[in-house]
Design a protein around this ligand. Structure first.
Ligand code: SAM
Length: 265
């Protein structure tokens, strides 16, 4: 489908470098019988090798022209197409229907314009997903895997690290795509913690707390959380009220969130 004009609004940058495609598929390492779902198959650069190795593949794609192209090219026994918006797609129900013991694997070269909301959407299906491999803008991967005390460390780092063990597995230059994006890319592997290192009582409450804590990065933690936690409480929990939100570790955010849960706040 060389005639397809890449659509900017759907973040279409198609992989064309065979070496990079091979390297990504090797990192995903699909096994025959794996229940694998690809988000945004596009012109099938990853789709075809993934489908061949897993035996069959589910894809979620928003662009009607691409859906028509894929359904003409592959048999419906091998490629099951969900013509939907991944941001609204219920991966939990899909995993229940098709998953091995209700669990699926996820992969994709994600549209960069929706990557952060999509990551938050996907994180909510944690229990239904055994692993995820995504190509993202390099800066987003930097934020996902960032350590406390760095400028990249923020809400995305805390809320994903608390649920997933994450690893940057590959850096990919713009020339690997058509059209080349204006940014560098990287592939990240996300695996839900089998035993969470920092068990959270209530993730929704934690999400709200972290959002509040990073409300104004330049302000102190005390200032950002003043409506919900007092200085004395922060100190009692071993956290310096005068530190900045980026100096609070994931473990400490969990202590704070669990304290709020225990006190019904
Ligand atoms: N996987 C292909 C590749 O590597 O060459 C295409 C990757 S391209 C960066 C992103 C793909 O996601 C496109 O096929 C685009 O149409 C699709 N897409 C964009 N927004 C989407 C959404 N909200 N839900 C599902 N697919 C989407």
């Amino acid at each position: 489908m060389s005639s397809h004009i890449p659509r900017k609004r759907f973040g279409q940058n198609f992989l064309q470098d065979q070496g990079v495609i091979h390297a990504i598929v090797s990192e995903i390492n699909p096994q025959p019988g794996d229940v694998l779902v690809e988000i945004g198959p596009g012109l099938a650069a990853l789709t075809e090798p993934l489908m061949k190795r897993a035996g069959k593949l589910h894809v979620v794609e928003i662009d009607r022209d691409i859906v028509a192209h894929l359904s003409g090219k592959f048999s419906p026994e091998q490629l099951i197409i969900h013509h939907q918006d991944a941001l609204k797609f219920d991966f939990g129900t899909l995993a229940n229907e098709i998953g091995k013991d209700g669990i699926i694997r996820l992969a994709g070269n994600l549209p960069y314009n929706i990557s952060t909301p999509l990551l938050f959407h996907l994180a909510s299906f944690g229990a239904a997903i055994s692993d995820m491999h995504f190509m993202l803008q390099k800066e987003v991967v930097d934020r996902m895997v960032a350590d406390p005390g760095t400028t990249d460390y923020g809400r995305l780092s805390v809320m994903l690290q608390v649920r997933f063990n994450m690893e940057r597995v590959l850096d990919v230059p713009p020339e690997a795509f058509y059209p080349p994006p204006k940014v560098d890319s990287a592939v990240v592997r996300m695996v839900p913690w089998p035993t969470p290192p920092w068990p959270v009582t209530d993730l929704v409450r934690m999400e709200k707390l972290v959002l509040t804590a990073f409300g104004q990065r330049r302000k102190t933690l005390r200032n950002n959380v003043k409506g919900i936690l007092t200085d004395a409480e922060l100190e009692q929990l071993g956290i310096d009220p005068g530190c900045r939100p980026e100096n609070v570790t994931v473990a400490q955010y969990v202590v704070l969130a669990n304290f709020l849960s225990a006190n019904g706040r």
